[in-house]
Design a protein around this ligand. Sequence first.
Ligand SMILES: Cc1cc2nc3c(=O)[nH]c(=O)nc-3n(C[C@H](O)[C@H](O)[C@H](O)COP(=O)(O)OP(=O)(O)OC[C@H]3O[C@@H](n4cnc5c(N)ncnc54)[C@H](O)[C@@H]3O)c2cc1C
Ligand code: SF4
Length: 328
Amino acid sequence: MRSFSNANPRDMQQAAKLAQQARMEGRNAAFAGGGSDMLGLIKERIATPDVLVHLKGIQGANKVETKGGATVIGGQISLSDLSHNQVILKRYAVLAEAAGSVATPQIRNAGTLAGNVCQRPWCWYFRNGFPCFKAGGSQCFSFNGENQFHAIFGGGPSFIVHPSDTAVALMALDAKFRIVGPSGQRTLSAADFFTLPKQNAAKENALAYDEVLASVELPAAAAGQRSSYHKVLDRDAWTHAVVSTAVVLDMNGDTCRSARIVLGGVAPIPWRVPEAEKVLTGQRVTPELAARAAETALAGAQPLAKNAYKIPLTKEIVQRTVSAVARA
Ligand SMILES: Cc1cc2nc3c(=O)[nH]c(=O)nc-3n(C[C@H](O)[C@H](O)[C@H](O)COP(=O)(O)OP(=O)(O)OC[C@H]3O[C@@H](n4cnc5c(N)ncnc54)[C@H](O)[C@@H]3O)c2cc1C
Ligand code: SF4
């Protein structure tokens, strides 16, 4: 492993300034929350920081606070604490379920919400040091190679799928992302935070090299809001989703007032399906309607040579999750 120094900032802005200062001195900086992904990247020499800026020790950066109905979650909360938090379980079950579905109990204890959202792709080629777009190169090896677990929507020139379970839930909840840089802060919607490879093939989100994700804000939950996360794995061990879905419905009896449906494991970003949401809006949710929404959600999918199986699999979980949430 290449040697690096550690920095322990007192707040998020100082963390951002440390990254900026390193760049000005011609050195690389990287951020770490729990470090469960970052240390692996360093060991494999995929990340080569000269200085590792640790965020987990920043005081108060892991709190859950409610403000005028909205809920603000500090990015340094562990996935384990997030999955057990009573406010989140009661108002935003989809996020608690997504956090609780990540990896193993050990990784959920160490891993943070911000680190989970900002984790790098798990494409086999990238993780094994191939010089592809994500590594700053100029080709994608999966397109004509192993692409069983790759994108069926939004791909090109990289065909990764976004690896984070919590990101799918945050998109479904219409979360806002508070970003802190060296000279201030800004807030982005989930739709603007996650970026497609066609915008910048080397990146997965809108963060600059010297910006940190500090917290996320969830809008007040509607009185009839119910939600759930459903994830399909390729083996019994806890691992990334092959495909997943986050469904948030605002129900009035058995009629859907509004819906947000987001797919995971199918695109380089959490993939919202507004046309499928429209199928449900204002309607009584029957099994037939849920099936129609699922059919609509997968319309336009463009599978690669080895991943067409994701289409029927994703349809099935959308149909089941919509029906289950509507019945709850
Ligand atoms: C065996 C295994 C199975 C896994 N299964 C799943 C799974 O099922 N679902 C899933 O979602 N994930 C899964 N993961 C990934 C795991 O969830 C992440 O490793 C973990 O959530 C990252 O959290 P962390 O705080 O340790 O991140 P870190 O390792 O600290 O950071 C991860 C990345 O995010 C960046 N980063 C961290 N914090 C910030 C911040 N505040 N602002 C900007 N950038 C930041 C880091 O620079 C790094 O690139 C798995 C990982 C392993 C090893
Ligand atoms: S899908 Fe993305 S990460 Fe994988 S080989 Fe292609 S460019 Fe690299």
